[in-house]
Design a protein around this ligand. Structure first.
Ligand SMILES: [Fe+2]
Length: 357
């Protein structure tokens, strides 16, 4: 009996020491959400950051604490994101507490006090404990986030430095198919306008324009005589041309770009309704950049002169965009492109009028 008691006591001490050794801030709550205990990191964080909750929150209902935090955020002019995160945590805790969810996780940014930090909050259901029902753990992930951001920035700078090499590759592709020379650059211009319309930040725009600039890189694997032959192609020849999307992916897949360049190239002939190639992806399975390149690609190709046919009018290209919206093309990207065309045409008209006056 004494031995059993010692074993239980030793287990409790060991568990306590293990939880106190964690760097995450941990609290255990009962089936009503009342905080039963917290670990050393939780207490240390509260001491370092001005506390806020009496006795580190022990004895308080965590659900009520979160409800008060949502209200505090609303009253004190917190940002929409901060209010949404606090509300999300309250809902997540409630869902785990009631058993609707076994686990809830959210990453959030903590700006005050001190320098901004990132935390990963995990709320887990505890099923094998006589008193505790929910475990709350806030893990500081700032170092991971900083390392990810530094790596992304490094790759972004490297990609910028390699831009002249990438432009040379784009020219090389175009020289093999003089009929479409300048087409990739034309697509880049339209992609830039669509990025403005959709609200891409500078980083995403840089990735999109890089992908658009080399979207046909896989044509390097297609014999030049097939690329340049006007008129009807055999089924086999068509298959060889279609292979350029997968060939481009194979060329780029192992390069550590900070953006999904290989996917953009791979997916630029996928259709929104799943009828495209090479993978038959549909909707948001296709990365947004590839959906943009598809629209820019089509518009530039249709409105450009080819030796074997005259350029279509802008009106024809607009009709085609509207006709294919939702089937071949993402309707939101088409809407953005139509706004771009309208704006560019009205700008061009005003320039023409100005020069006539
Ligand atoms: Fe292509």
């Amino acid at each position: 009996m004494l031995t059993d008691h010692r074993a239980v006591t030793n287990d409790t001490v060991l568990n306590r020491a293990a939880v106190d050794a964690l760097s995450a801030h941990v609290a255990l709550c009962d089936k009503h959400g009342v905080i039963l205990g917290v670990n050393a990191a939780w207490r240390q964080f509260a001491d370092d950051n001005g506390g806020g909750l009496p006795d580190y929150g022990i004895g308080l209902n965590y659900l009520r604490v979160l409800e008060a935090a949502v209200e505090w955020a609303r009253v004190n002019g917190a940002t929409k994101t901060e209010i949404a995160v606090t509300h999300g945590v309250r809902v997540g805790f409630s869902d785990v507490l009631s058993g609707r969810l076994p686990r809830f996780q959210i990453e959030y940014r903590c700006d005050a006090p001190g320098t901004p930090r990132w935390f990963l909050l995990t709320i887990s259901r505890v099923t094998d404990h006589p008193f505790a029902s929910v475990l709350v753990a806030h893990e500081n992930t700032t170092a991971i986030k900083d390392a990810e951001a530094a790596q992304h920035e490094h790759q972004r700078v490297m990609a910028g430095e390699f831009s002249s090499v990438i432009e040379a590759i784009a020219r090389l592709i175009e020289q093999r198919d003089p009929y479409t020379a300048g087409h990739q650059r034309g697509s880049v211009g339209w992609c830039n306008f669509i990025a403005d319309e959709i609200g891409f930040d500078d980083d995403r725009r840089q990735g999109l324009l890089l992908g658009a600039g080399i979207h046909d890189i896989g044509k390097i694997a297609v014999p030049a005589e097939i690329l340049t032959r006007p008129g009807r192609l055999s089924t086999l020849e068509m298959e060889m041309i279609r292979g350029h999307a997968a060939a481009g992916y194979d060329v780029l897949r192992d390069i550590a770009f900070p953006w999904r360049i290989a996917d953009m190239v791979h997916q630029h002939h996928e259709n929104f309704d799943g009828s495209g190639y090479p993978l038959g992806l549909a909707g948001e399975e296709i990365c947004i950049e590839a959906r943009i390149i598809a629209v820019a690609d089509m518009f530039d190709a249709m409105t450009s002169h080819r030796p074997y046919r005259a350029a279509h009018t802008v009106g024809d290209a607009i009709d085609e965009l509207r006709r294919m919206s939702g089937t071949r093309y993402d309707p939101e990207v088409v809407t953005a492109m139509l706004r771009v065309i309208e704006r560019e045409m009205s700008d061009a008209m005003s320039v023409t009028k100005g020069s006539q006056g």
